[in-house]
Design a protein around this ligand. Structure first.
Ligand SMILES: *Cc1c(COP(=O)(O)O)cnc(C)c1O
Length: 477
């Protein structure tokens, strides 16, 4: 496909402004001496260019997209309508409180609904993503220990099934990371945890259900062990799809949590669009929350700075319109609807896993939650076909591959999360494709090594693309 620069033809223009009929003024600040060389295209050429780009992309609206952990699920259009209301989009972040009472009410409601859903007492909407929420939560934990003069706590415990952002955020917050291994069932090994905790434990970061799609039955004991050692418990709720309306991190013993509005609460993501990772905490941590948070009294809604706030983690109030989408999603589904959605997410994952379990090894067989992990380790030994080969071949069948090579403790992993809105027909069709590909690998492995065959781009050199991206176009003339 041609780049917009390659489509450029000298003199092609879009809007034709009328000739200037007022005196031209030279401003008294430095001006560039030459106009920048930008692509010159007509309006229709530009429109076609972006449509062509769109056709090369694959989104939830194009087909099945079972991306484990990072959730690509259908985002109801009504959320967009609400987030597009001029009363929300035309606000200026520095407007006086009295002129934005509706927006503040929406933020207040979102804070409190998220607190209810997670079993926390208060929520900040400021963090812009999941990892940013983790960092914020760790700063809360740090502020708590420091306020008590408890400065010897330098370590954060992270299970080996954790999302990579957990150890990274802990390191960013100045902690060293202590990994704990998983037990045979995929949960936290309690003995290993008991050995890991001590007077240097600042806290634990945990996802439950974890990235293996397993709900840890020992969760209360796990949080107790950490509390007994004087540490706090952080819940990575980036993906809350299995438990919304059914189980709450606060009731499992966690002290703070983040949720990814762009995964569980229905904001489109994946194209670099804005995310949001609100952080909730129990009452004893509220005083340290980043400011501002929205409060309410008889006179209305106000921005408030918690007594010992550690500052801001982002300018203004977070990605406000993402919060509006989440609010719309929560209010349109209601409590029963949210519980039904998580029930469907779990049912769909179990259905797909059951349809595949005779065709490929499931890393931790048994009932899963919202996602499950296949391991192609043995399959690769037998056929030479890797998880990557299968992922690439899925593209030929119009299915976006599951998450690959994650979690790290499963070799040749494919992690599938079908999500709540997929029909039985879609799941059956996808299961048929998976089974067909696993069979192809046994009879014609070469065809899988060279897949995909039907996409515009085959196998880009991902390392070079990541390490040496070409971000500038150099004009030939
Ligand atoms: C996606 C994800 C994160 C990180 O969220 P970002 O918004 O990508 O920073 C953290 N933990 C888990 C379990 C996730 O799935």
């Amino acid at each position: 496909m041609e780049l917009i620069f390659e489509r450029s033809r000298h003199g092609h223009k879009m809007a034709l402004l009328p000739a200037c009929d007022v005196p031209e003024v030279t401003p008294d600040f430095p001006l560039r001496s030459e106009a920048p060389k930008l692509p010159e295209v007509s309006e229709v050429e530009m429109s076609r260019h972006y449509s062509a780009l769109e056709q090369q992309a694959f989104g939830v609206n194009d087909g099945f997209y079972p991306l484990g952990s990072c959730t690509m699920k259908y985002n109801p259009a009504v959320n967009e309508t609400a987030a597009g209301l001029p009363g929300f989009t035309e606000l200026h972040p520095l407007q006086p409180e009295s002129s934005v009472q509706g927006a503040l009410e929406a933020m207040y409601l979102t804070q409190h609904l998220l607190a209810d859903i997670t079993g926390m007492d208060d929520v900040t909407l400021q963090p812009a993503a999941g990892a940013h929420g983790e960092y914020t939560g760790l700063l809360l934990i740090r502020a708590y220990h420091e306020a008590r003069g408890d400065t010897a706590r330098t370590k954060i415990i992270v299970p080996d099934s954790a999302h990579g952002t957990n150890p990274a955020s802990a390191a960013m917050a100045g902690y060293s990371v202590v990994p704990v291994k998983s037990n045979a069932a995929g949960g936290v090994d309690l003995d290993a945890l008991r050995e890991a905790v001590g007077p240097d434990t600042a806290g634990l970061m945990l996802t439950n259900p974890n990235t293996l799609g397993i709900f840890d039955p020992n969760i209360r004991e796990i949080t107790q062990i950490v509390h007994d050692a004087g540490g706090l418990c952080y819940y990575d709720g980036a993906n809350l799809n299995a438990v919304v309306g059914r189980a709450r991190p606060g009731d499992m013993g966690f002290d703070c949590v983040h949720v990814n509005l762009h995964k569980t609460f229905s904001t489109p993501h994946g194209g670099g669009g804005p995310g949001s990772g609100p952080v909730g905490c129990k009452a004893f941590l509220e005083e340290y929350l980043p400011h501002p948070i929205v409060t309410k009294d008889d006179a209305g809604y106000h921005f408030m700075k918690p007594a010992h706030s550690f500052g801001r983690v982002r300018m203004f109030y977070g990605n406000f319109l993402v919060a509006i989408r989440a609010l719309t999603y929560i209010l349109t589904l209601g409590g029963d609807g949210l519980a039904e959605a998580s029930g469907m997410a779990v049912l769909n994952a179990n259905y797909l896993m059951t349809r595949l379990k005779d065709a490929i090894d499931i890393a931790y067989p048994g009932t899963c939650m919202h996602e499950f992990v296949m391991t192609l380790e043995k399959y690769k030994e037998e056929t030479g076909v890797s998880a990557l080969d299968v992922a690439k071949r899925l593209l030929d069948y119009g299915i976006h591959p599951p998450t690959m090579y994650f979690p790290l403790i499963v070799h040749e992993a494919l992690m599938a999360e079908p999500t709540e809105t997929e029909s039985k027909e879609t799941l059956d069709a996808a299961a048929d494709v998976f089974c067909k590909i696993f069979e192809e690998g046994r009879t014609d492995p070469e065809m899988l090594h060279s897949a995909p065959h039907d996409t515009a781009i085959g196998r880009p050199d991902e390392v070079t693309a990541a390490r040496h991206p070409k971000l500038r176009y150099t004009w030939a003339d």
